[in-house]
Structures are given as C-alpha cells and as structure tokens.
Design a protein around this ligand. Structure first.
Ligand code: 5GP
Length: 116
C-alpha cells in the first residue's frame, strides 16, 4: 500500500491550498513555490506514487489530467502564448512528492527545457 503524501490531505481539504479545479477524479492547485507566473499542479485524486506505478486502469484519469490542463490554461489566459506540462519521476527526474502530478507552467517564455 503506497504511503499518502501531503497531496492527499490537499485533495480532502484537510490542509489549505489554492485549489483552482476539482472534480471526482482530478484536483488542481497552485504550487506553493511557483517557478513561473502560472504554476499549477494537476493531480489524480487516486494515489499513484510515480509514473512507474501507472497501469492501464489509470488511462482515463491520466487522459483527464490533459483535459483539465487545457481548461486551466484557458482560464489563466496562457493558452495562446503557450505553456509547459512536466511530470517528474523519481530521483533523476527530480520528483519530491510521491503522488504523481502534472506541473502546468506558463505566463512568460520558459526557455530551454533542461538547465544544469
Ligand atoms: P516535484 O519535484 O515532486 O515534481 O514537485 C513537487 C512540487 O510540489 C514542488 O513544485 C513543490 O513546490 C510543490 N509542493 C510541495 N509541497 C506543497 C504543498 O504543501 N502545497 C503546495 N501547493 N505545493 C507543494
């Protein structure tokens, strides 16, 4: 059984977060330490620790993350200029919270994908 993270508490409303979208399968909230003018985390309500733990059962909810990302980008006014969607996995990917999350970053030119 995977261990819950702080994100499960955010989903259940047990700790404060700036939630911008929530439905029965997905929650989206502003990152506590934004790396761009818009920095929102979009997560499945179901706990999946890393991308390595994804199964075929998760296809629908993971597809829904993209639908929600596109909707939020419109709401934030960044859809036309563009944005970046990132999902980190494990140590080399820089993952810190082990409940998969899509970073939605935008609001300025983001530069090259990777920095040293
Ligand atoms: P990772 O490095 O795992 O891909 O990204 C984790 C992200 O979660 C980081 O950008 C970090 O700022 C954000 N984060 C960590 N704890 C919290 C929290 O309690 N609330 C919010 N809103 N964001 C958090």
């Amino acid at each position: 059984m995977a261990e819950e993270t702080i994100f499960s508490k955010i989903i259940r409303g047990e700790i404060p977060a700036n939630i911008v979208f929530q439905d029965e399968t997905v929650t989206a909230f502003r990152d506590i330490s934004p790396q761009a003018p818009t920095h929102i985390l979009i997560i499945p309500n179901k706990l999946i620790p890393t991308v390595n733990d994804v199964t075929a059962e998760d296809e629908q909810v993971l597809g829904h993350l993209f639908v929600v990302a596109a909707k939020i980008a419109q709401q934030e006014g960044i859809a036309e200029d563009g944005y970046r969607l990132v999902m980190n996995c494990n140590k080399h990917g820089g993952q810190e919270v082990f409940h998969i999350h899509m970073h939605l970053l935008g609001g300025k030119p983001l530069g090259p994908l990777l920095s040293q």
